[in-house]
Ligand binder design. Structure first.
Ligand SMILES: Cc1cc2nc3c(=O)[nH]c(=O)nc-3n(C[C@H](O)[C@H](O)[C@H](O)COP(=O)(O)OP(=O)(O)OC[C@H]3O[C@@H](n4cnc5c(N)ncnc54)[C@H](O)[C@@H]3O)c2cc1C
Length: 387
């Protein structure tokens, strides 16, 4: 018999990672999902219409995990009769000798991922609106496409509720008392559970502070820009234009990535894979000056995508929570084995949510994880205690 406010598992954070974890857990146990804001909201990392899904990765363990991610996204689509994935392919463009470009190519070949390679001349024939320097070639990851992010998040949360999961939104967690039964205090109530999952995105360290842990996470404000096509449809999804990633030759510059014009007609989403350090609670202060990343994007687009107006037509914001090695954190709290942490998704975690949720639920239920978690362990960092 459960006491009032007592469940098997509490998950803090109803972004895509916490919601998917809660959904997996709800098949086995009574699960409570808590979020500080009324849902849906646009203050974290999981909002917006679209995300890229791909198998092209420099690290083979991500390509490997993606096989099951595609299966689980497809299963979710079938179970809920909802379209979440649209195939487009992903063009990876870079200098042939660039180490990241080489690594992605090898990973795709080694894992027999359907792909083609395109020389600079092939590119001008097939995608005349992209102007690449002569020494730049491209790979086309044919498995890639678009995930409808907002729709996916709502679908997972709806399914969680269908399995008997309970959502408490608009309640901020302000206190956590570890123990055999973990006690979680929010701005509206007190809950107890045998296990706790913390999947709080850019707020992770604020919550971990309540349980004596700090992780080396950097929170970045990302400028999400949409650019107007001079001739509508030039880079359009209906014309078969793919998602893309441009690997820069300068090691101090991060990738540029984009999606074909789709969600806002006539506008193409192109972003820089980095941003400026920001506290998630201060993300939305107004900036008077165009940020450095917008200038980088403007220069890049003027050179290589001359079919768009190089002034952003729509600017939105989102948050990255980066680890030093850009690998995720999927692990138990070092001192409290019934507290599980899923964090540090470093701007590339959305597509992995079905498998991240599965792994976090396995850690929670004391099962052997389906994947080798060595790259994702907390012990790879030197930690400072906050107690
Ligand atoms: C611009 C942009 C583009 C991206 N593009 C891609 C892409 O193309 N492909 C891809 O795979 N990934 C992409 N990502 C990354 C992906 O979106 C993130 O990795 C993912 O959304 C992280 O989800 P999360 O659940 O960890 O965090 P969040 O979505 O931030 O969720 C955390 C939740 O915890 C809640 N919370 C925090 N503190 C508390 C508290 N004290 N009490 C209660 N609730 C709390 C928050 O309110 C929030 O809802 C992109 C990210 C951005 C920003």
């Amino acid at each position: 018999m459960w006491g009032q406010g007592e469940v098997d598992t509490i998950v803090i954070g109803a972004g895509i990672q916490g919601s998917y974890t809660a959904y997996h857990l709800s098949k086995h146990s009574k699960t409570l999902l808590i979020d500080q804001f009324p849902l849906p909201h646009a203050r974290g990392s999981s909002h917006g219409q679209t995300r890229i899904i791909r198998k092209a990765y420099t690290k083979a363990y991500y390509t490997d995990m993606m096989t099951e991610c595609y299966q689980l996204w497809k299963q979710l689509e079938a179970e809920t009769n909802t379209e979440l994935f649209r195939p487009t392919g992903l063009l990876v463009m870079g200098e042939e000798e660039n180490p990241s470009f080489q690594a992605m190519k090898s990973t795709l070949i080694d894992n027999k991922v359907p792909m083609t390679t395109l020389t600079s001349a092939d590119m001008s024939k097939r995608f005349p609106a992209v102007k690449l320097p002569k020494d730049v070639s491209a790979l086309l990851d044919k498995t890639a496409g678009i995930l409808y992010a907002d729709r996916a998040l709502k679908t997972v949360q709806d399914l969680f509720r269908r399995f008997g999961g309970i959502v408490r939104d608009g309640e901020q967690v302000v206190k956590i008392q570890p123990g055999d039964l973990v006690t979680v205090t929010t701005t509206a109530g007190i809950y107890r559970a045998k296990r706790l999952v913390i999947a709080a995105g850019p707020w992770t360290n604020q919550l971990l502070n309540l349980v004596g842990l700090q992780l080396p996470l950097t929170t970045l404000r990302i400028t999400v820009c949409y650019w107007k096509e001079k001739l509508p449809g030039t880079y359009g999804i209906s014309k078969g234009f793919p998602c893309f990633m441009r690997v820069p030759s300068d090691p101090d510059v991060y990738e540029f990535y984009g999606l074909p014009s789709n969600e806002y007609p006539g506008l193409m989403k192109v972003c820089y894979h980095s941003g400026s350090r920001a506290d998630p609670d201060e993300r939305d202060v107004t900036f008077q000056q165009p940020s450095q990343d917008v200038n980088l994007l403007r220069n890049f687009l003027s050179r290589e995508f001359p079919g768009v107006d190089p002034n952003p037509a729509v600017v939105e914001s989102c948050m990255y929570t980066n680890t030093p090695d850009h690998d995720f954190i999927l692990d138990l709290h070092p001192d409290h084995k019934n507290i599980i942490v899923g964090a540090g998704f470093s701007g590339h975690g959305f597509k992995f949510a079905p498998v991240v949720g599965k792994i976090l639920s396995e850690l929670c239920l004391g099962k052997k994880p389906s994947y080798d978690l060595t790259p994702f362990k907390i012990c790879r960092f030197r930690l400072k205690s906050v107690l």
